[in-house]
Design a protein around this ligand. Sequence first.
Ligand SMILES: [Zn+2]
Length: 65
Amino acid sequence: MPMLHGCAFPGCSTFTLSTYCVEHELLVRAHKEAERALAVDHALAADAALSADAALTAAATDAAA
Ligand SMILES: [Zn+2]
Protein backbone atom coordinates (compact mmCIF):
# COMPACT_ATOMS: atom_id res chain seq x y z
CA MET A 1 0.00 0.00 0.00
CA PRO A 2 1.53 3.33 -1.05
CA MET A 3 2.22 5.79 1.73
CA LEU A 4 1.59 9.50 1.67
CA HIS A 5 4.79 11.50 1.92
CA GLY A 6 5.88 15.09 1.48
CA CYS A 7 6.24 16.50 -2.04
CA ALA A 8 9.88 16.28 -3.21
CA PHE A 9 9.82 19.88 -4.39
CA PRO A 10 12.01 21.98 -2.05
CA GLY A 11 9.93 24.02 0.36
CA CYS A 12 6.70 22.22 -0.47
CA SER A 13 5.05 20.27 2.35
CA THR A 14 2.01 19.03 0.44
CA PHE A 15 1.46 15.31 1.00
CA THR A 16 1.29 13.16 -2.09
CA LEU A 17 1.41 9.54 -3.27
CA SER A 18 3.81 10.29 -6.13
CA THR A 19 7.16 12.08 -6.07
CA TYR A 20 5.61 15.52 -6.30
CA CYS A 21 2.23 16.96 -5.41
CA VAL A 22 -0.10 17.61 -8.33
CA GLU A 23 0.99 21.23 -8.59
CA HIS A 24 4.71 20.46 -8.71
CA GLU A 25 4.25 17.32 -10.80
CA LEU A 26 2.85 19.62 -13.53
CA LEU A 27 5.57 22.20 -12.90
CA VAL A 28 8.39 19.65 -13.11
CA ARG A 29 6.87 18.07 -16.21
CA ALA A 30 6.55 21.47 -17.90
CA HIS A 31 10.16 22.22 -16.93
CA LYS A 32 11.38 18.94 -18.43
CA GLU A 33 9.48 19.58 -21.64
CA ALA A 34 10.95 23.07 -21.82
CA GLU A 35 14.44 21.57 -21.39
CA ARG A 36 13.76 19.06 -24.14
CA ALA A 37 12.56 21.84 -26.44
CA LEU A 38 15.70 23.81 -25.55
CA ALA A 39 17.92 20.78 -26.35
CA VAL A 40 16.26 20.51 -29.76
CA ASP A 41 16.84 24.24 -30.26
CA HIS A 42 20.52 23.77 -29.40
CA ALA A 43 20.83 20.82 -31.79
CA LEU A 44 19.30 22.95 -34.54
CA ALA A 45 21.60 25.84 -33.65
CA ALA A 46 24.61 23.49 -33.80
CA ASP A 47 23.47 22.28 -37.20
CA ALA A 48 23.11 25.87 -38.38
CA ALA A 49 26.61 26.68 -37.07
CA LEU A 50 28.03 23.69 -38.93
CA SER A 51 26.28 24.77 -42.12
CA ALA A 52 27.65 28.29 -41.67
CA ASP A 53 31.14 26.82 -41.19
CA ALA A 54 30.77 24.75 -44.33
CA ALA A 55 29.65 27.82 -46.26
CA LEU A 56 32.62 29.80 -44.94
CA THR A 57 35.01 26.98 -45.81
CA ALA A 58 33.54 26.78 -49.30
CA ALA A 59 33.87 30.55 -49.70
CA ALA A 60 37.48 30.46 -48.46
CA THR A 61 38.28 27.64 -50.86
CA ASP A 62 36.72 29.60 -53.70
CA ALA A 63 38.75 32.68 -52.75
CA ALA A 64 41.96 30.65 -52.60
CA ALA A 65 41.34 29.06 -55.99
ZN1 LIG B 1 4.65 20.29 -4.14
